[in-house]
Write a protein that binds this ligand. Sequence first.
Ligand SMILES: Cc1cc2nc3c(=O)[nH]c(=O)nc-3n(C[C@H](O)[C@H](O)[C@H](O)COP(=O)(O)O)c2cc1C
Length: 415
Amino acid sequence: MSPLEHSEPTAAPETVRRAVQRDYERFAVSGLPEPLEQYLLDEYDLDMTAEYAGFTLKNPWGKASGQLSMTARQVEEDVAAGLSFVVLKTVIAQDEHGEQSMAAWAIPEARMVAEPIVGQSGEHGWTITWKGRGWWQSFEAYLQLIRDARRIADGTGTLIVPSCKYHLPSPSEPDWRRGEYDYTTRRLLEAWQPGGNPMPLEKDFSPTLAGSDRSAVQAKILEWLRVVPKLMRESARTSGLGEVCVGLKMFNALFDDGFQVEMLNAIHNAGADRPDFFVYANRLFDPQREFDGQRGVAFGGPDLSDRNLRVLDQWRTHSAGASALPWSATGNITTGRMAVEYLCRGATSFQLHTFFQLPADQYAMKVGNRTQRALHELHFHPQTGLIVWLHHLANESGRSGRPIRLLDIATNPMR
Ligand SMILES: Cc1cc2nc3c(=O)[nH]c(=O)nc-3n(C[C@H](O)[C@H](O)[C@H](O)COP(=O)(O)O)c2cc1C
């Protein structure tokens, strides 16, 4: 069930559609106007103010954690392009002796390709296939990346967000390696200084329990979701260096949609141990598919967004109005229209990876860096861009007030 029942933004006023067509063509040559948010407010009555982890953002667009946020240079380009947040590549936690229980994730990327993919619905999209996983350079190099990124972003309105994969016990493992939580959190907080606000921190999960029996696995995953925020907060407190704003990046487990809903319920019903926010939801996993001699690869594309939106609908229908945590959307956001699908389900920001990594011929804009070219498509595409779809949505739902505020839509989502 989609809140956007039409495949074309037919309810957007003709004047808006004409202006968007004009801007799409001229900005493809001249580059985007700066600041873009002011232009969108003045020309299109759109208030792009957004939120991530309770922080107010100038717009909803962010870089999701991955290969595109591993260097100061990449961060620099994203800050220049006007992204409102950048989630750094996931670092693998370690204890004070340098031990990493999740060391299997710290492998270098061997080869990475952006490939077309067709979803089960027949819809065409893109996926990135590769072999690597988490940060494979030294922990010190990651801490330096945090410091560099913070310095580059200082005063620009771009929020920098570290990401970490901490120890997660398997069903046969009774103990949590708290040494990894304590040491890694303390060092991340040190690199974050001077702090001010709490440090936003995304916890990356991975479905790593192949071989264990199904119910044991499910019970363990739910335990992870309940325990991790508490451990992260306790580690921050004992460090004496400040607080962390804990975000759980939810993953698509190898179970049915019902279990995804259970996962969402688990984080919402954890009382004082709820995370501060969550990200929904990381890529799908195909245990059979092979790439470069490795069996089992993650993938995205239309099946990912189809599943995410379906699960979010089910969860919202069954959650009986439990007060929802703030959340940021990820998963096949390659158009403004798709961003609006997540917005209508309550997302207050959008984090993308794949769409920032397509071949150059997939973007109409021929100037600027790849992030700017992507933002041009996301906003100004005459059929799929955010501007026409926000106007379409406002008219369809009888929102006559202007400006059209993104956050109003997120906080009063349509069923
Ligand atoms: C090459 C690649 C590397 C990624 N690395 C990470 C990572 O280190 N940590 C993480 O939380 N997510 C990682 N992701 C997931 C992305 O952050 C993103 O959530 C996911 O790909 C869905 O968004 P998309 O469809 O826009 O790509 C990675 C994705 C790709 C394609």
